[in-house]
Design a protein around this ligand. Structure first.
Ligand SMILES: NC(=O)c1ccc[n+]([C@@H]2O[C@H](COP(=O)([O-])OP(=O)(O)OC[C@H]3O[C@@H](n4cnc5c(N)ncnc54)[C@H](O)[C@@H]3O)[C@@H](O)[C@H]2O)c1
Length: 274
């Protein structure tokens, strides 16, 4: 380690959900700061394009593009062993993949139009499979390779809704048919902070750190009442810029956070402060 405690030189980092909004951003950031990265995405059709885009800015020797189905422990184990085969070990796992119904225009059709009282249990089960069991399976697979190498670091991606309920006023669109952030998202993300504490407490003496990052409202073309409501309700008066995810992830992935374990770092512009 050099004098820059935020350096990621030589770190081997595996990111799930790597083809998504936050995942693709932080993979680039980790590569820019010297890490070797496994970009573990979901959609196999996108893998080649991601490989090409990543290769335009970063040496092929420092990244691998892999696909993973996090609900399938065999797929997860294969992804982790690809990492070990390519880079010899795994230093940091970022559990970023999730089902997350978004309020940007591209995802309007996926939102909860049912009301919680009629919300299909099947959708709930799917979110438990991906957001809870997928996170567990990836963490287990990572720990199995980290522990024999003497340690490691797990970063879970939570949400402000891991800590507080969605405020219905955010989703009010003036039509009387306000949609709501679905309860399966809130329930499954609520699991992350205590799971993070469990892993942190269980493995602290074996040189494993585990922390979570809880973002809220990363701007991605949002508009209309949602954007206006967000600006009104947010203490900082705005959504997050995607690049504002960089600092928290680099902090937790690097030696800068060497005495930090078991926390959930809110990156919410103060949303949960009032
Ligand atoms: N964008 C935000 O404003 C925001 C706010 C709070 C929390 N988060 C959290 O940040 C993380 C990333 O969110 P994002 O905004 O980039 O969303 P995103 O939908 O762009 O990315 C999530 C990725 O997870 C992948 N995924 C879904 N199911 C999977 C499965 N079964 N196996 C493997 N991969 C699977 C998807 O393919 C997708 O690429 C999520 O955990 C989300 O809950 C995002």
């Amino acid at each position: 380690m050099g004098t820059d405690v935020f350096s990621l030189d030589g770190r081997i980092i595996l990111v799930t959900g790597a083809f998504g909004l936050i995942g693709s951003r932080i993979c680039r950031t980790f590569l820019d700061r010297g890490a070797s990265v496994i970009l573990a995405g979901h959609d196999a059709r996108r893998a080649e394009a991601v490989r090409e885009e990543t290769g335009e800015a970063h040496p092929q020797s420092r990244f691998r593009v892999s696909t993973v189905e996090i609900t399938d422990p065999k797929s997860v184990a294969r992804c982790v062993s690809d990492c070990v085969e390519a880079f010899g070990r795994l230093d940091v796992l970022v559990n970023n993949a999730a089902i997350d119904a978004k309020f940007d225009p591209a995802h309007a059709a996926e939102l909860d139009a049912h009301g919680f009282e009629n919300y299909p249990l099947e959708k709930f089960r799917k979110s438990v499979d991906v957001n809870v069991l997928g996170t567990v399976a990836a963490t287990q697979a990572a720990l199995r390779v980290m522990l024999p190498k003497g340690g490691g670091n797990v970063i879970n991606v939570a949400s402000v809704y891991s800590e507080i309920s969605p405020n219905p006023a955010l989703y009010e669109d003036g039509s009387g048919n306000a949609r709501q952030k679905p309860a399966d998202y809130v329930a499954t993300k609520s699991f992350i902070p205590n799971f993070t504490r469990y892993v942190a407490a269980t493995y602290a003496r074996r040189n494993i750190r585990c922390n979570a990052i809880a973002p809220h409202g990363v701007f991605h073309g949002h508009d209309g009442p949602f954007l206006r409501n967000f600006e009104k309700l947010s203490p900082m008066g705005r959504m997050a810029r995607l690049d504002e995810m960089d600092g928290p992830f680099v902090f937790l992935a690097s030696q800068a956070s060497s005495y930090v374990t078991g926390i959930t770092l809110l990156v919410d512009g103060g949303w949960s402060a009032w």
